[in-house]
Design a protein around this ligand. Structure first.
Ligand SMILES: [Zn+2]
Length: 401
């Protein structure tokens, strides 16, 4: 059962596609039966955009699936004050390639070029740029060595916002969308008038704020069973509630109506893993219901713990994977054609990988450089490293929607 008019302005529907849970947070449930184009555009800019911005750090760190493109690469700062980029999955990378010219006392000059490990080709551009600065031909700069350096992602400063009338309106909009798709045109009846007004005219927050039980309640119920979004619509003794959960950590209670809607005696439940995009919905009589809390709560650092722990784990696992990829690329690039993969070689590879993974555990910046003097070996390392992101992109495409 779906509404036959725009649930914001009561105007005619014109096929505008609404993501009921914002797609930038991974939401996959869509409908063309909720808002007209004008309301969809207006409410998207007023409500969805600032709401998803509040969770941008988590969206990127968790590599949340979305309909179009990857989560944004964010500028971040480590706790030591280093500026870095934080890519999808929490993968840190250098802010920009750098080139430093070092003058030795004997008059010789050394050029140190640093590029992100996943963008080795930037090295060529930096080499040309530096040669130009020095007023010499790039080919005249002898390539002496290359070092690999990776950093752990455990100590990046992240910002998230939770609470306030703006988020209350966004959460109410999510709840209203799910409700409307369940009850259709009855969403236009009196019990839900206040909710629709609050979503449509959130700019005038007085009616909303004068009723403390309608305020955002976050968090009600920090979970420990992994990262997910969830929406539950249910009745209590004399009220109808929605519970909207973001990233499995923030729970927001929304009072839908001060009357019982018998259709939700058996709760409607929608749940989704935002990183895989997998979702499920239905009526689940056994669903444990969160307790509505009738006052606003101020989230604390402690409330973020579960989310930050999850983000760290994801970033750490990816750092592990990329460490192994890099080390294997280096090791095999250094083997000559037809070299036997003898036990000593495999033992050395195993030792170096173990050393780098142990260093990651320390959460410190790791520099396990091994200078490579041969241009030929260097080329082969670069080729092997270039192939890695390609392979990862293919894997992502296969997983995609
Ligand atoms: Zn409208």
């Amino acid at each position: 059962m779906v509404p036959t008019m725009c649930i914001s302005c009561n105007g005619a529907l014109d096929g505008s596609l609404e993501h009921v849970f914002p797609q930038a947070l991974g939401g996959t449930k869509k409908s063309r039966d909720l808002y007209c184009s004008a309301c969809n555009v207006r409410l998207g800019a007023e409500i969805d955009a600032p709401f998803t911005k509040d969770f941008e750090f988590a969206t990127t760190a968790l590599n949340v699936k979305r309909d179009r493109g990857a989560p944004p690469v964010l500028k971040a700062t480590t706790t030591k004050g280093t500026r870095i980029y934080l890519g999808p999955g929490g993968v840190p990378s250098m802010h920009a390639p750098t080139s430093t010219i070092i003058e030795a006392p004997d008059g010789t000059r050394q050029v140190v070029i640093k590029v992100p490990a996943d963008r080795p080709e930037q090295h060529e551009h930096m080499l040309a740029k530096t040669a130009k600065e020095l007023g010499i031909d790039a080919a005249a700069l002898p390539l002496a060595s290359i070092s690999f350096k990776i950093a752990s992602a455990g100590t990046v400063n992240g910002e998230m916002a939770a609470g306030g009338p703006q988020q209350a309106r966004a959460v109410a909009k999510i709840a209203l969308g799910f409700l409307a798709l369940e009850i259709g045109d009855e969403v236009f009846t009196e019990p839900y008038a206040t909710l629709r007004l609050a979503v449509t005219h959130g700019g005038d927050a007085r009616a909303w704020l004068n009723r403390p039980f309608r305020q955002l309640v976050a968090p009600i119920l920090p979970l420990t069973d992994g990262v997910q979004h969830r929406v539950i619509i249910y009745t209590t003794m004399n009220q109808t509630w929605a519970y909207v959960e973001v990233y499995g950590v923030y729970g927001y209670g929304v009072l839908l109506a001060e009357t019982v809607d018998a259709r939700f005696a058996s709760p409607y439940v929608w749940a989704q893993n935002p990183t895989t995009g997998a979702s499920g919905e239905g009526r689940a009589s056994g669903t444990p219901l969160p307790t509505p809390v009738c006052k606003a709560a101020t989230p604390t650092q402690e409330d973020h713990r579960e989310l930050l722990t999850t983000m760290y784990r994801v970033a750490f696992e990816i750092a592990y994977e990329s460490t192994i990829d890099e080390e294997v690329a280096i090791a095999f690039a250094q083997l000559g054609e037809g070299d036997p993969r003898d036990p000593a070689f495999l033992g050395e590879l195993h030792r170096r990988i173990t050393e780098r993974l142990d260093a990651l555990q320390d959460r410190r910046v790791v520099n396990l450089s091994r200078p490579v003097a041969s241009k030929d070996v260097l080329d082969r390392i670069r080729q092997a490293l270039r192939a890695l992101p390609q392979r990862n992109k293919r894997r992502d495409a296969e997983d995609g929607d």
